[in-house]
Design a protein. Structure first.
Length: 79
């Protein structure tokens, strides 16, 4: 990451980023590890290297880029 840039900010600025995750790095020097990707599946498993150290933290977010519009409100309709 560039100075002053966060994992969240970089993901929000990229249309190809749908999920980001950040954790304290296990190196002990205060650095953080940042993961970004298109799919949010099995994000916190022992096989992908994301493991929160004791006393550490883990932050993540699913991001929807773009917008939507309601074509029809079906809240009170029986379909």
């Amino acid at each position: 990451l560039n100075p002053g840039e966060t994992c969240q900010l970089r993901c929000l600025q990229s249309p190809l980023c749908a999920v980001w995750a950040e954790e304290n790095a296990s190196s002990g020097d205060g650095s953080r590890a940042c993961w970004q990707g298109l799919f949010a599946r099995n994000c916190l498993t022992s096989t992908n290297g994301i493991s929160v150290p004791p006393g550490g933290y883990f932050r993540s977010q699913l991001v929807m880029h773009g917008g939507y519009r309601v074509l029809m409100n079906t809240a009170d309709m029986q379909i």
